[in-house]
Design a protein around this ligand. Structure first.
Ligand SMILES: Nc1nc2c(ncn2[C@@H]2O[C@H](COP(=O)(O)OP(=O)(O)OP(=O)(O)O)[C@@H](O)[C@H]2O)c(=O)[nH]1
Ligand SMILES: [Mg+2]
Length: 422
């Protein structure tokens, strides 16, 4: 693991809030296999336009970097090329910023072709000023031979042209994939199955909850998704078929986690992987109840949902990791533990109620000589055989109240459909 100092200039008024961003940045570094061994913060109304930190603090940072023999310095603030070069020069140490960290995570872990291409495009755009600045240093040297099309152009022009080609090529490839994706979305739209999307801050436990639901559904291990204590463990959407209640099938989507201040260059890549969330019939907002930054994470999630125009979709707020929380009474909502499989039934019940608001289900016993009555009901509601009894067959029925009420006289004694209805 590489070692680093994390530096940040606090322009915001609240130290506690800034501290939370710093903690998150440490986790982002960890996800990039970088161990932050020291943190240095300067606070003020405006940062130094040339070096972010003011001179005295910058020298302190340089000394500290030397003393700790770190491999790099990470800046929380997004750096301009001028700032980056100046800090690098003064500290004699490689410097990266938070945007760089997030880009590296996306680059190394995106799996789908479109996510890879979009990340590549973001990376080129991010590096563009840096490359051009480098080239400018050797600019105006003649490049290419007389036979080349580039003959007579400055090296800088050649580099610019090359990058333009790369970007156009990437854009074309992305457009083709987007068209293909649109067709898939269209066929998914025609899929009669309801869609449920797990959304929430990164590391909240979305993938663990997906696995918990799959486990409840007794799905095989191969169907399980990747879960890990690491920011952005999931970068691409995964979809699985699940059974909600008796015979209610649905599609469950696991999505990329949200993060505060997502670099603007990555927004497009991020949004296209979040398409599943925008098309869902219901969202399950997973929160890490044990996290000290819960409120901030909740706000970021709600704001991101607004940005991707998914805030009109019915949403169930779920507090996860309750096994790590001492006082559950502090949480006013559905409390679960994905890891310990607790609260999953209650959650699926709520999902069912939202997706099928007029649905009722109960168990009934149909006497053998009256079984023909089911011929009609099989066409209009869902009927699952449970057991053969002495005096008839026991079924679980579900469907809209208007339909299933005809079977109500056959209900098993402990069932009471009217109670559910009111
Ligand atoms: N103690 C405890 N840990 C949990 C629970 N649910 C998830 N975790 C842990 O939280 C970490 C993150 O879980 P993930 O399911 O990967 O989280 P995620 O929301 O999918 O994260 P990203 O894919 O990065 O957005 C893992 O180490 C899980 O083991 C829980 O109920 N209790
Ligand atoms: Mg995940």
């Amino acid at each position: 693991m590489r070692k680093a100092i994390l530096a940040g200039f606090n322009l915001s008024k609240h130290d506690a809030e800034f501290q939370q961003y710093i903690e998150e940045c440490i986790q982002l570094a960890k996800a990039n296999h970088i161990d932050v061994i020291d943190v240095m913060i300067q606070k003020g109304r405006s940062l130094d336009p040339k070096s972010v930190f003011r001179y005295g603090k910058l020298m302190e940072l340089a000394d500290r970097a030397r003393e700790l023999d770190v491999d790099c310095i990470i800046f929380y603030n997004e750096l301009s090329i001028v700032q980056l070069e100046r800090i690098q020069q003064e500290c004699q140490c490689p410097v990266i910023d938070r945007t760089n960290l997030i880009l590296d995570i996306f680059s190394s872990r995106s799996k789908t072709k479109i996510a890879k291409l979009q990340t590549e495009m973001a990376r080129i755009k991010y590096s563009l000023p840096r490359i051009l600045k480098q080239e400018y240093g050797v600019g105006n040297q003649r490049g290419g031979s007389a036979n080349n099309r580039g003959a007579g152009e400055s090296r800088l022009e050649l580099v610019k042209r090359n990058i333009r080609f790369q970007l156009t090529d990437l854009k074309k490839q992305i457009q083709v994939l987007k068209k293909h994706q649109a067709l898939q979305d269209q066929s998914r739209k025609h899929n009669p199955l309801k869609k449920i999307a797990l959304v929430g801050y990164t590391n909240a436990g979305k993938s663990s909850l997906m696995n918990a639901i799959l486990k409840k559904n007794q799905r095989s291990k191969e169907k399980m998704v990747f879960q890990k204590d690491m920011l952005f463990a999931t970068l691409d959407t995964t979809v699985r078929n699940i059974q909600l209640g008796h015979h209610q099938e649905a599609l469950l989507f696991d999505t990329v986690g949200f993060v505060s201040n997502l670099p603007h260059l990555l927004i497009e890549a991020f949004q296209s992987t979040l398409k599943a969330a925008c098309d869902a019939d219901v969202l399950i907002h997973v929160m890490d109840a044990s996290n000290s930054q819960l409120e901030l994470q909740r706000e970021v999630t709600m704001e991101t949902l607004r940005q991707i125009q998914a805030d009109h979709i019915p949403i169930i707020h779920v507090y996860n990791k309750m096994d790590l929380v001492k006082d559950a009474s502090l949480f006013d909502g559905l409390c679960i533990s994905a890891i310990h499989q607790e609260g999953i039934d209650a959650l699926l019940d709520q999902v069912s109620k939202i997706l099928y608001p007029n649905e009722f289900d109960f168990e009934c016993l149909i006497p053998y000589k009256e079984l023909s009555i089911l011929q009609f009901y099989r066409k209009v509601c869902r009927i699952v055989k449970l057991a053969e009894k002495e005096d008839g067959i026991q079924y679980h029925v579900s469907g809209s109240f208007q339909v299933v009420k005809g079977l109500y006289p056959y209900r098993c004694k402990e069932e009471n459909i009217h109670q559910e209805y009111h």
